[in-house]
Ligand binder design. Structure first.
Ligand code: ADP
Ligand code: MG
Length: 483
């Protein structure tokens, strides 16, 4: 390039392009609420899929017995068992195991992927201690947490709509993922029943609700990002079936695919999207989630290396490779509070073999991390406030009321007309990004407070660690065949 950019100039330009001042965030909030509505009215009405989950009642603590969960996320795979003791005993005992998903399975065949899950599950079950007890005659019932968009036809069946987060197992698209896993388990000679197909957001919602009745929304910030919430069934105009007795339905938003012209999109986002496995899709996720944040930073550094030579006369080879800067490493650099930015130097050295950076350059690298982190966190906050707005809990509508409903012994707030309301709303959060990247978490919480103003006192954002796994097991309990 003939143009002479300095690294500073690139930095300032990037910063300006990423800015998320309150008025802009408010436009994102409004766009989220509008798109939610559109996605509920008709299928394909919005980029937000707003998928009905067939979960029309949430756990209340009465669940009892031994249940399992398998959780296929974006990076890790978990198996879990939990012995539930009802309101008194609650979670009596729980065990889980976690393995990284072998990368080749993310691009292989459906059979390979589901066989891997079945193999891990079966071996986990085989190593069960005597203190975990099934009832007489009860088969093993499983909640299957599957964090990809599925069109459900029942609580325990659903076909995969598309892959996200770096997965591309083509023959699985359009398949019933419950039948596929069930088949793999049976081929291994085991008899288990998948009682519920659970998006990770829904598992987190259920896991949060198990302990706290005020949980209305769940958000995942991990490899990918997504949210679900409790909607009034009658608001789901596209719903063709009978309305559930509870009057409610959990909606899996698939908010990763949200798009709005108000989002601060830059050249980095364009490049990242073009080179991704799902171009044109999941644009919100690509600005926010753990799989992508590090790569956004890397792409700015590439520009600085190419146009301003910040890493010397040659651009380090590995810096040009996608996804080489992982978000945990970005986070390490970002949290470096040493005066000479030791950790920034260390990460650049170990990841890219870049030596001898000046403090000035390290400061610029740190600033890039801050810009990317802050943008992602504030957009996630706008998404959350958009949901609060949709369900009338953002404080923008005065004189609303909450009607309490008691259907089938299930006590729930926000059943009908929960506009305004003075009740508490809890947002259950899970995912490695939110859990481990504290600057991200702080920026997000701060932006939620800014957006809500006074209403912030009624909104609680709480980490619900491993909620997606245990929530799925609890949903298996409440949808079990054996009662
Ligand atoms: P999954 O999304 O696969 O279910 P997790 O919720 O455990 O898994 O999230 C894992 C993701 O969280 C990682 O891919 C990474 O992007 C992000 N992450 C994990 N640890 C950190 C960290 N220390 N700092 C920033 N991001 C992290
Ligand atoms: Mg997960």
């Amino acid at each position: 390039r003939s143009q002479k950019y300095t690294a500073r100039k690139i930095l300032v330009e990037f910063q300006e392009a990423c800015e998320t001042p309150l008025p802009r965030l408010r436009q994102v909030v409004d766009a989220m609420a509008v798109e939610m509505h559109a996605g509920l009215v008709s299928e394909g009405g919005s980029k937000l899929k707003m998928l009905p989950t067939f979960i029309d009642h949430l756990p209340d603590g009465n669940e009892k017995g031994l249940y399992y969960a398998v959780d296929l996320g974006g990076t890790n795979f978990r198996v879990l068992r939990t012995q539930l003791g009802g309101l008194e005993g609650r979670v009596i005992k729980q065990e889980y195991e976690e393995v990284a998903i072998p990368p080749e399975l993310m691009l292989g065949t459906s059979e390979q992927l589901f066989d891997f899950i079945a193999k891990e599950l079966v071996s986990f079950v085989a190593r069960e201690g005597e203190d975990f007890r099934l009832h007489e005659g009860q088969s093993r019932e499983i909640g299957f947490t599957f964090s990809f968009p599925c069109k459900q036809t029942a609580v325990n069946s659903g076909t995969l709509l598309q892959w996200t987060k770096g997965f591309k197992v083509n023959d699985a698209i359009g398949q019933d993922v419950v039948a596929a896993l069930q088949g793999s388990i049976e081929r291994r000679g085991y008899k288990m029943r998948i009682a519920a197909l659970v998006n990770d957001t829904v598992g987190t919602l259920a896991g949060g609700r198990y302990w706290n009745n005020d949980v209305m929304i769940a958000v995942i910030l991990g490899t990918g990002t997504n949210a679900c919430y409790v909607e009034r069934a009658e608001s789901i105009s596209k719903w063709g079936g009978e309305l559930p007795k509870s009057g409610q339905m959990v909606i899996n938003m698939e908010w990763g695919n949200f798009w709005s012209s108000h989002l601060p999109r830059t050249y980095v986002d364009e490049l990242l999207d073009n080179e991704s496995l799902n171009p044109g899709e999941y644009g919100f996720e690509k600005m926010i989630s753990g799989m992508y944040l590090g790569d956004c930073v890397r792409r700015v550094l590439v520009r600085m290396a190419q146009q301003a030579g910040i890493f010397g006369p040659h651009v380090p080879h590995k810096l040009l490779e996608a996804f080489t800067l992982q978000t945990p490493d970005m986070s390490k650099m970002h949290h470096d509070d040493s005066s000479d930015l030791k950790m920034v130097a260390e990460v650049l050295k170990t990841v890219y073999g870049i030596h001898n950076t000046t403090l000035g350059i390290r400061k610029i690298v740190l600033a890039v991390c801050d810009i990317v982190c802050q943008r992602g966190a504030r957009l996630a906050a706008a998404g959350i406030v958009g949901i609060l707005k949709k369900i009338g809990r953002d404080g923008s509508t005065a004189n609303g009321f909450i009607r309490r409903n008691d259907v089938n012994g299930i006590h729930d707030e926000l059943t009908v007309n929960s506009i305004g309301g003075s009740g508490k709303t809890v947002v259950a959060m899970d995912g490695g990004l939110y859990e481990h990247y504290s600057k991200f978490r702080n920026y997000m919480q701060q932006a939620v407070r800014e957006l809500l103003g006074d209403a912030a006192k009624n909104v609680f954002i709480e980490l619900s660690k491993d909620g997606s796994g245990i929530g799925a097991a609890i949903l298996a309990a409440s949808h079990a065949e054996y009662v």
